[in-house]
Design a binder for this molecule. Structure first.
Ligand SMILES: Cc1cc2nc3c(=O)[nH]c(=O)nc-3n(C[C@H](O)[C@H](O)[C@H](O)COP(=O)(O)OP(=O)(O)OC[C@H]3O[C@@H](n4cnc5c(N)ncnc54)[C@H](O)[C@@H]3O)c2cc1C
Length: 194
């Protein structure tokens, strides 16, 4: 059983996976690589001057891999069910179980609908400020929770917010992921070797 299962590997999904894996939760990502980032060139991602969207994605994928995310590339999730123990997700004919799911499927909201998540009057997935849906321990992030107003940095922020809320539930107290220059070496030493 995985702690956190993320569906979608754009900025939202990989950001969520980065924060949960970095802070000790077993995290898997399933992604079909249809992210809009392959069509984008970023000039408006704070802290990054200019980067091709596919290059941004390559850096982000390497970043999550370094923190031990189990990334299933080109693997489609075809079903998701809430169970008494959490969630069961079907991908490529195999079932995977997890305590938490983070949906990050871009503007495609089919899985959220299948899971029974409530939608707003604008027909987007209804979430609170932590990105949790009406289904406990199921989060929705990125383009699927907004009618337009889509930007990569917003999606990445949504993923981080979902991850911090999962971490808060798991650790039992409000959690923030703060590093300092003094602790940076230890974090770098914890990275997964190739
Ligand atoms: C032409 C264009 C230019 C843009 N330029 C900019 C820009 O300059 N700056 C900016 O900030 N934003 C830009 N954007 C918007 C930006 O690309 C999106 O806001 C961002 O990609 C949304 O991130 P996301 O993670 O929510 O969704 P996405 O990036 O769409 O990622 C969703 C991922 O989920 C996967 N997926 C979906 N269903 C499943 C499933 N069932 N199983 C497994 N995986 C699944 C998809 O294949 C995809 O990889 C641009 C978009 C376009 C189209």
């Amino acid at each position: 059983m995985t702690d956190v299962l993320v569906v979608g590997g754009g900025p939202a999904g990989l950001s969520a996976a980065l924060f949960t894996a970095k802070n000790g939760l077993d995290t898997a990502v399933f992604d079909t690589d249809g992210t809009w980032m392959h069509k984008a060139h970023l000039f408006n991602y704070p802290g990054i001057g200019s980067i091709d969207g596919s290059n941004y994605l390559a850096v982000l994928r390497e970043q999550v891999d370094d923190f031990g995310v189990d990334r299933h590339q080109d693997a489609e999730v075809t079903a998701i069910d809430a169970t008494d123990d959490g969630f069961t997700v079907t991908a490529e004919g195999d079932e995977h179980t997890a305590d938490y799911v983070v949906l990050a499927t871009g503007a495609n909201r089919d899985l959220a609908e299948d899971l029974g998540c409530a939608f707003t009057d604008d027909d987007v997935v209804d979430v609170d400020v932590t990105m949790e849906t009406s289904v406990e321990n199921a989060y929705a992030t990125g383009a699927m929770v907004r009618a337009e107003e889509w930007q990569a940095v917003i999606s990445a922020g949504d993923g981080a917010a979902a991850a911090l809320n999962v971490l808060t539930k798991e650790k039992g107290e409000h959690f923030h992921d703060f590093d300092t220059p003094a602790t940076a070496e230890a974090v770098m030493g914890s990275l997964v070797d190739d």
